[in-house]
Design a protein around this ligand. Structure first.
Ligand code: SF4
Length: 356
């Protein structure tokens, strides 16, 4: 979801997602380093914070949500969907999903609506025809019949200000849960708008581990994600551009190890247009492949998003240089950018003369 929303212009990623290709296995077979991931320490810290917030049947969480959602003290019941019908720490996803579904639908149909917190529910979202299982931290059901997604995040809110990039990522994640919840209601004849755009983020306050809950509108992220999911449904457009017989099959042998020659896979990837940005390194398993490709092809994208955006319409570094030094005549659409490039070159030359 993060890769899908972070780089929606990438046909390569869209196609691989739509085809349900295991990007991790593909990258491993190509011998690529892993993308930048959170450290184990940060993951452990996040898990501990989440456990603290939902401990004792959600005791620390309830007052926070009561305040954020204006609930009265008697209005909240708590249910953990982590282990359903067994003593295991975690029941199978399908069982948890079935249980979540029945709890949500019965809550949505009852009048007056019960006030419930569902901890570790499991939802299902259709992504390019595939069913993806999603696990929000908590779903809160409001007395006015509204569902709210609650996400517990370990990044701090300092003096009321959370990190904007991390907040946006958390809201994008929550947007997927909102859409999955709306899909569940709509599939069962209930109005999807009963799932609120307002998402509650629970974070540590300042430099402590004391939690604080803040409501955020995820309207923009929900719209973006819906658009990208809609784009995935337009798979035929992407398939039309593919040479016949293109496959990303790893051809596993009897021992399940991939046997597909790497050169063939690289050639198959080259048939689909990428849209590399340095941000890919944070969310896509193929980042190092696409970065090397962008560098080898002299693409402006390899120099960063700012350069690529400033040179919009000029994809290749050599073209930009040729336009700058006059070896290439600019087309009508390239006149403005060529002027800007030549101006930059004059400033650069002046600075060099001054320092000499
Ligand atoms: S790493 Fe490659 S495939 Fe992945 S999103 Fe970036 S350009 Fe697309």
């Amino acid at each position: 979801m993060a890769a899908l929303t972070a780089n929606p212009s990438c046909d390569r990623r869209s196609l691989l997602d739509a085809a349900g290709i295991d990007k991790d296995a593909l990258a491993a077979h190509l011998g690529l380093p892993r993308p930048l991931r959170k450290s184990q320490l940060a993951l452990d810290y996040g898990l501990t914070f989440e456990r603290e917030v939902t401990a004792q049947a959600g005791a620390p969480l309830v007052p926070l949500l009561r305040q954020a959602l204006s609930l009265t003290p008697s209005e909240v019941s708590y249910e953990d969907v982590n282990s359903v019908g067994s003593d295991d720490d975690k029941s199978p996803l399908r069982l948890r999903r079935a249980h979540t579904r029945s709890r949500i639908l019965s809550a949505a149909r009852r009048k007056p609506a019960p006030r419930t917190l569902l901890d570790h529910p499991v939802l299902r979202l259709t992504v390019a025809g595939h069913q993806a299982y999603l696990e929000p931290d908590v779903i809160a059901f409001h007395r006015d019949g509204l569902f709210h997604v609650v996400e517990i995040k370990s990044f701090p809110v300092i003096h009321g200000q959370p990190d904007p990039i991390k907040t946006n990522a958390a809201l994008t994640q929550a947007a997927a849960y909102v859409l999955a919840l709306r899909e569940l209601l709509a599939d069962n004849g209930l109005p999807p708008e009963r799932v609120s755009d307002t998402v509650i983020l629970v974070n540590p306050r300042n430099f402590t581990r004391h939690p604080t809950a803040t409501p955020f509108s995820a309207h923009k992220q929900i719209k973006n994600l819906s658009r990208h999911l809609g784009r995935l449904r337009r798979l035929p457009e992407l398939l039309d551009k593919l040479p016949p017989g293109t496959t990303f099959d790893l051809a596993p042998g009897p021992d399940q190890r991939p046997t597909r020659p790497r050169g063939e896979l690289v050639a198959a990837l080259a048939t689909v247009r990428p849209y590399y940005t340095p941000g890919c390194r944070h969310h896509c398993d193929l980042a190092f492949h696409c970065r090397t490709e962008a560098r080898n092809q002299g693409r402006t994208a390899a120099l960063g998003t700012a350069v690529r955006d400033d040179l919009a319409g000029i994809d290749i570094i050599a073209t930009a240089l040729a336009l700058t030094d006059g070896h290439l005549h600019p087309s009508r659409g390239q006149k403005d950018i060529t002027q800007a490039l030549r101006h930059a070159q004059r400033i650069h030359a002046d600075l060099q003369t001054d320092t000499a």
